[in-house]
Design a protein around this ligand. Structure first.
Ligand SMILES: NC(=O)c1ccc[n+]([C@@H]2O[C@H](COP(=O)([O-])OP(=O)(O)OC[C@H]3O[C@@H](n4cnc5c(N)ncnc54)[C@H](OP(=O)(O)O)[C@@H]3O)[C@@H](O)[C@H]2O)c1
Length: 314
């Protein structure tokens, strides 16, 4: 099968297109034929070797987690899927493996893909949608009328989080650059802030949740903006987490939480339902194919995407 692999960590130019054997699924795995994947920041961080001390360097490495794919073969323990099903989800192998014509994943990675959208859209949803849902529902416990600020509202996680927060009937303040203002306003937040024109830390109206998708602030900098019991959530574990935990003892119940996305078929089904009902949409910025994967990584790594960047595989 055709795959884009890296044989060393480095710049986007390290990718090589090569032929690999089609992998065999274990009893608890599905083999899928990948239609498309999308790029998440974890992909280019792993390409650079940021996670090498945790995940090792088992070259050649096939990166990529998001997929929309067709089930080709199922292991003996698989109950929920059969060959021919079209699924979407996030692969659970060490480095993913979606930048290849075939990939493996366990049952909890997938749900049936919504039928009302194209496969490149289905491939763009999984990781950012699981992240936004688990942050807002599980960490923030977002409810009707709560005020949530989403910093990084134009990116992959952010633009989905704005829509989900509205579905949860929260009051949404969306923050991005003016470049993406029209796009973010089309998601209908209650308020838009251009971070180049306004220092959001000087916002006077208090909020219940600060979802720092861009990860450029910290609990220390934002805690004055939170109502008592308010929550600051980021997606990048900080070395200072213990310091923050101690600090929150003295901040009127204000809390700092870190979200690490969990694989969940159930959550993918909730996301799929919203998509089917037309309540959740994904914005595609650029569409690439496997042969220009280096350009795709270069573009995504710029950090100013409008929504998601997709790579068509099959
Ligand atoms: N822990 C987890 O499980 C998990 C899961 C998914 C993602 N993440 C992390 O979440 C982060 C965001 O992911 P993503 O997919 O949304 O990335 P992305 O698509 O690259 O979006 C990043 C967004 O950040 C915005 N931004 C850049 N500088 C900013 C600033 N100074 N102030 C406010 N916003 C700024 C950009 O908007 P403008 O162009 O408008 O500036 C851009 O749209 C990444 O660090 C990723 O690794 C973690």
């Amino acid at each position: 099968m055709k795959a884009a692999v890296i044989k060393k960590f480095g710049l986007p130019s390290v990718f090589e297109i090569t032929d690999l054997f089609i992998p065999k699924p274990k009893a608890n795995q599905l083999l899928v034929r990948v239609y498309a994947t999308s790029i998440n920041p974890i992909d280019w961080k792993q390409r650079k070797g940021n996670h090498r001390f945790i995940l090792g360097a088992p070259f050649p490495i096939t990166l990529g987690y998001d997929v929309c794919a067709e089930v080709v073969e199922v292991g003996s323990q698989i109950k929920m899927f059969k060959p021919g099903d079209v699924v979407f989800g996030v692969l659970d192998n060490k480095y993913g493996g979606a930048l290849a014509e075939y990939a493996l994943g366990t049952e909890s990675c997938f749900a049936l893909a919504p039928r009302n959208i194209r496969f490149e859209h289905a491939a763009a949803f999984p990781m950012v949608s699981l992240t936004a849902l688990q942050a807002l529902r599980d960490k923030a416990k977002l409810k009707h009328g709560m005020r949530v600020l989403i910093n990084g509202a134009s990116g992959g996680v952010g633009h989905i989080a704005v829509q989900m927060a509205r579905l949860m009937n929260a009051k949404v303040i969306a923050v991005s650059s003016s470049r993406n203002q029209t796009f973010v306003e089309s998601l209908q937040p209650d308020q838009f802030i251009d971070y180049n024109k306004q220092d959001i830390l000087k916002t006077t109206d208090k909020i219940d949740v600060f979802f720092d998708v861009s990860g450029i602030y910290s609990f220390v900098k934002c805690k004055h903006m939170l109502n008592p019991g308010g929550i600051y959530i980021n997606t990048l574990p900080r070395p200072k987490i213990l310091f923050h935990k101690i600090l929150q003892l003295f901040t009127k119940g204000k809390k700092v939480k870190t979200l690490l996305m969990k694989h969940s078929s159930d959550d993918l089904r909730i996301i799929g339902q919203w998509i089917t009902e037309g309540k959740l949409k994904v914005e595609l910025d650029e569409i690439f194919n496997l042969n220009n994967i280096s350009a795709a990584h270069h573009y995504a790594e710029g950090g100013h995407s409008k929504g998601k960047n997709v790579v068509i595989i099959n």
